[in-house]
Design a binder for this molecule. Sequence first.
Ligand code: IMP
Ligand code: MG
Length: 176
Amino acid sequence: MPTTIPSSGKLLISSAQISSRIKAMGQQISADLAGSRETVLLMVADGALIFSADLGRTISIPLYMDQIAVSSYEGTESSGKIRLRTKPRLNLSGKNILLVDDILDTGQTISYLISYLKQFKPDKIYICVMLDKPSGRKVPIIADYVGFEVPDKFVIGYGMDYDGLYRNLPDIYCLD
Ligand code: IMP
Ligand code: MG
């Protein structure tokens, strides 16, 4: 049976819009980081899995890829308690980290990860997110690369889930 979209779901960003935006982001990142330190694309699992795979393939500089996993969400509410589930495996010392997440909302996850990653002495940490919900911010985090700004609504698809489902939808929907 194909995945059905919840009845309250409204199309927000199509897969065609996503792929053209990612291509531009990849070109920008490649131009900005060309000739600098070695770069590690550090995907924040599980939400950024699909975005990272697509973004990584548009980046033309040498790129290491690794992952880190955290959990904080229950249903559509952030629990605020962030738990590290998987540590990075690569040596990050002296490297550029391109930290890739699906969505920047309160900023708590990214801020937690920045503090956590500093112990590995990277040269620089760049923040890259598919979606930015600026109105949800509780911690002042500004991403270096943003796919799209979105309103303060719960979104699913393109890696983002509701209780574990809908990550595989190619388009992004919001739930009312
Ligand atoms: P923050 O810590 O509040 O910035 O939340 C960031 C994390 O919460 C992201 O990595 C997402 O996995 C998850 N998240 C925030 N908003 C949504 C949403 O609308 N849909 C699905 N996941 C979300
Ligand atoms: Mg996430």
